[in-house]
Write a protein that binds this ligand. Structure first.
Ligand code: AMP
Ligand code: ZN
Length: 490
């Protein structure tokens, strides 16, 4: 079935056709690493992760790039003022480099907690300054950029008539907006900086225009070109990125290459918390770290952040996260039940025997409706409803043997598109292995007549709901809530 996504450029839901058959090249604006990313940032990043998982599930090869902005992004996305990294460094009495390093780590911690698939590249702005300088030189040669006496280099909007097409801002509106910051050096108030000279800036590079640092917008144009080429399929960001950031990226990239930059632009609406904007003053800023410290699972947070359509507002509440946690627990529960009802060895969800034809029909219908929902501009509400229906059917029918294995295989497939239940099944398997290791240790202790240690292990396992069954042919264990399992050698 054809995939249809909304395209900010055309303001329509239209068929998504990659430039090269079977392959998708996509770029996501990543974090500015000057503070701990909040869950709103992760809502936007999860749009990228969902696209990756969905497109791969559809059988497409995906090349995914997300940049790390570690220089040049000024406070309030402004044209003039202080660099976010430098401001944070001053406050923390650290260098901008230390700040970047620290918050990059925190960003990756958040990705792991939330179970993101790692992108293929996470280019840092500070290690791609040469590529940015090269692109600014091309723009200068083409007469699209000009240097002013201070050494700053600006992009000349008047030379790029398509400016404003993405955001729909008319030339007058853009001019009115830009006039707030009067800068007599610019030929037009709408012109934006490509290269900046500022003696007080910590991060500096030599360039044909003097020692300075790049503007924020040129970073994404230069880094996307390096990893994805001059034209690629998909570019995402949060709604605030449409203007000016993405408008400027288009002007730079198309200005330099003379080719269409991105076929499809997708933007995520902002996340609200308790129906208001997240702000430190209101104390409603949640981060991956703060929610993990409260004991929430990354999977529950994924559900809470992915349950609304990316173009719809999403209001985050802790009560909603509690609900999501319950949903994830129901998912894990049904996964475990299906795994034990399936034939031995089918816990991975790969059915050895064929399911009954009634089961095959049911699963194919569910799969088809799930796919159709996501094909329709990522209609996650319908997709989650189909997923929950599949879980409900598993509970109602309690399939056995090959039917259970096939049902679990389908659920795992659908969950994996949302990045769910992957880790929990792994951790159930890990728990089995840990139990086994403890049983082996207990047996070894008994052999060396260390009954104290042997007893300690029995108590420890008991506390975790695991009962040991000593038998003629070894020790078996039983979880208080479920099936006997794990044959142990004695
Ligand atoms: P930043 O680290 O500020 O560069 O932002 C990283 C990404 O998060 C950008 O794509 C922003 O558009 C996006 N973003 C910022 N605030 C929110 C929010 N409240 N909800 C969703 N996305 C956001
Ligand atoms: Zn960007």
């Amino acid at each position: 079935m054809a995939i249809r996504f909304h395209n900010t450029l055309t303001r329509r839901v239209e068929e998504f056709v990659p430039g090269r058959p079977g392959e998708v090249r996509m770029y996501h604006c990543g974090p500015t690493v000057y503070s701990t990313p909040h869950i709103g940032n992760y809502r936007t990043f999860l749009l990228g992760d969902l696209l990756r998982r969905f497109l791969e599930w559809k059988g497409l090869r995906v090349l995914q790039v997300m940049n790390l902005t570690d220089v040049g992004h000024l406070l309030d996305d402004a044209e003039e003022g202080e660099d976010k990294l430098e401001a944070a460094a001053k406050k923390a009495k650290k260098t901008a480099w230390e700040i970047a390093e620290h918050y990059t780590q925190e960003f990756f911690e958040g990705l792991d907690y939330l179970g993101f698939k790692r992108a293929h590249h996470y280019p840092k702005a500070t290690t791609h300054v040469a590529e940015m300088i090269a692109m600014i030189e091309v723009l200068e040669q083409k007469g699209l950029a000009y240097k002013v006496p201070s050494g700053n280099v600006y992009f000349e909007i008047a030379k790029f008539p398509a400016y404003g097409r993405l955001s729909g801002n008319t030339a007058e509106e853009l001019e009115a907006g830009a006039r707030i910051e009067v800068n007599p050096e610019k030929r037009d108030p709408r012109d934006f900086a490509l290269w900046k000279i500022d003696a007080h800036h910590q991060m500096q590079w030599d360039s044909p225009w003097g020692r300075g640092f790049p503007g924020w917008h040129i970073e994404c144009s230069a880094m996307s070109k390096k990893y994805l080429g001059e034209s690629f399929d998909l570019h995402t960001g949060g709604e605030d990125n449409v203007f000016p950031h993405h408008e400027c990226e288009i002007a730079q990239s198309e200005g330099a290459s003379g080719k269409p930059f991105v076929r499809h632009w997708m933007h995520a609406r902002h996340l609200l918390v308790d129906a208001t904007k997240m702000s430190k003053r209101l104390g409603n800023v949640h981060t991956a770290q703060s929610l993990r410290a409260k004991g929430y699972s990354g999977e529950a947070l994924r559900v809470a952040l992915q349950k609304a359509h990316y173009r719809e507002p999403l209001n985050f509440t802790l009560a909603g996260l509690d609900e999501a946690e319950k949903k994830v627990a129901r998912y894990r529960d049904v996964a475990e039940r299906l795994a034990s009802a399936a034939a031995p060895g089918a816990a991975t969800g790969t059915a050895a025997a064929a399911p009954s034809s009634a089961m095959a029909t049911l699963l194919s219908d569910l799969r088809g409706r799930f796919e159709a929902a996501l094909d329709d501009d990522l209609n996650v509400s319908v997709a989650f409803a189909v997923l929950d229906e599949a879980v409900g059917e598993a509970n109602r029918r309690a399939p056995q043997g090959a039917d259970a294995a096939a049902h679990l295989a389908l659920l795992r497939e659908l969950w994996s598109v949302f990045g769910l239940v992957e880790k929990s099944l792994e951790s159930a398997a890990l728990a089995d292995a840990q139990v086994q290791a403890l049983i082996d240790e207990r047996e070894a202790a008994r052999k060396r007549r260390d009954f104290k240690r042997a007893d300690e292990i029995r108590v420890l396992l008991k506390e975790r709901g695991i009962e040991l069954l000593d038998g003629k042919d070894g020790v078996r264990f039983k979880r208080s809530s479920d099936r006997p399992g794990g044959d142990a050698k004695s």
